[in-house]
Design a protein around this ligand. Structure first.
Ligand SMILES: O=C(O)c1ccccc1NCC(=O)[C@H](O)[C@H](O)COP(=O)(O)O
Length: 281
C-alpha cells in the first residue's frame, strides 16, 4: 500500500476498510515494540485531562475545534508549511476552544508525538486547550496510548466499531478521565451512539465511503439528537457562512481541518479569527 494518498475513484467505498485493515496490522506491531503494560503505566503518569466538553460549551454559539492535519487519503499533502506546534499555537492564540490532532501515520502523515508536542507548546504559551486524538481507534491499546501522550479526548467512529467495542472503548476512555467524541454519519449510527449514552456526538458531513460532503447532514441528524448532548458538526466547513449555518443548526462546536491547514502560515490566524467570530451568538 502506498503512503497517504489513495486513488479515491479506484477505492470508492473501501477507504475506511483499507484504513482499518492497516490499523489491525499496525497496532499489534506497536504492542510488540511497547507492551500494553508499559503504555498503561505511562498513561497513569500523564497530566490530568482537561474538560473537552466544558471547553466546547463555555460560550454560546458554535465553538471551534481546529484540526492539525498534514494530509488526507483523498487530498494527499494538505499542509505544505508543516509545523504542528506553530499551527496549534496559531489556533489557540486566535480563539479556538480545542485542538484536534490527527495521529495516523500512513494516511494522514500524523504522529502521536505531534500531540504531545502540541500539549507542551500550549502549556508553554499558557493556552492550555484540550487536545483530541484523531485516529481510527478500535483497540484498548490506542486508548491508553492516547492518555500516555497527554490527550484529553479521543475520537470513536461508530462506523468502524461493533456495539460491544464502542461501549467498551467509551467506558475505558471515561475511566481514564478522557472524553470521547463519538462520530456518526447517519441515523442508524446515531441510534448506536445514543444507546451508549454518548455525551459528545460528532456528525460527519463527509461520507467516509463516498467522500461526498454535505453540510445538511448535520442539520438532518441534529434534529434527532436530544437536548443536553454536545453536538459537533464535522468536515467540509470552508467559509464563515458555513460556520454561521452550523451555528444556526444548533451545533455547540465545529471541527475544521483542511480549510486552515492548506493555508500559508501568514494567512492562518485571520482565517481562524473569522471562523471564531462567525460561530459566536
Ligand atoms: O479527511 C479525509 O479525507 C478523511 C478520509 C477518511 C477518513 C477520515 C477523514 N477525515 C478525518 C476527519 O474527520 C476530518 O479530518 C475532520 O472532520 C476535518 O475535516 P475537514 O475540515 O474537511 O478537513
Amino acid at each position: 500500500m502506498s503512503p497517504s494518498k489513495l486513488d479515491i475513484a479506484k477505492h470508492k467505498g473501501e477507504v475506511l476498510d483499507l484504513i482499518m485493515a492497516w490499523k489491525r496490522q499496525e497496532v499489534p506491531k506497536q504492542m510488540e515494540e511497547v507492551p500494553l503494560a508499559q503504555v498503561k503505566a505511562f498513561a497513569h503518569l500523564a497530566p490530568e485531562p482537561l474538560d473537552f466538553a466544558g471547553a466546547l460549551t463555555a460560550r454560546p454559539g458554535a465553538s471551534l475545534i481546529a484540526e492539525v492535519k498534514r494530509a488526507s487519503p483523498s487530498k494527499g499533502l494538505i499542509a505544505h508549511d508543516w509545523d504542528p506546534e506553530l499551527i496549534a499555537e496559531t489556533y489557540a492564540r486566535n480563539g479556538a476552544a480545542a485542538i484536534s490532532c490527527l495521529t495516523d501515520a500512513r494516511f494522514f502523515q500524523g504522529k502521536l508525538a505531534y500531540l504531545t508536542a502540541i500539549k507542551e507548546r500550549l502549556r508553554e504559551i499558557k493556552q492550555p486547550l484540550p487536545v483530541l486524538r484523531k485516529d481510527f481507534i478500535y483497540h484498548e491499546y490506542q486508548v491508553y496510548e492516547a492518555r500516555m501522550a497527554g490527550a484529553d479526548a479521543l475520537l470513536l467512529i461508530v462506523a468502524v466499531l461493533s456495539d460491544r467495542e464502542l461501549r467498551e472503548l467509551y467506558q475505558l476512555t471515561t475511566d481514564l478521565g478522557m472524553q470521547a467524541l463519538v462520530e456518526v454519519h447517519d441515523e442508524a449510527e446515531l441510534e448506536r451512539a445514543l444507546a451508549i449514552d454518548a455525551h459528545i456526538i460528532g456528525v460527519n458531513n463527509r461520507d467516509l465511503r463516498t467522500f461526498q460532503v454535505d453540510l445538511e447532514n448535520t442539520a438532518r441528524l441534529r434534529a434527532l439528537i436530544p437536548a443536553g448532548k454536545v453536538v459537533v458538526g464535522e468536515s467540509g466547513i470552508r467559509t464563515p457562512d458555513d460556520v454561521r449555518r452550523m451555528a444556526e443548526m444548533g451545533c455547540d462546536a465545529i471541527l475544521v481541518g483542511e480549510t486552515f491547514c492548506k493555508l500559508p502560515q501568514q494567512e492562518r490566524a485571520a482565517r481562524v479569527r473569522s471562523f471564531v467570530k462567525a460561530g459566536r451568538r
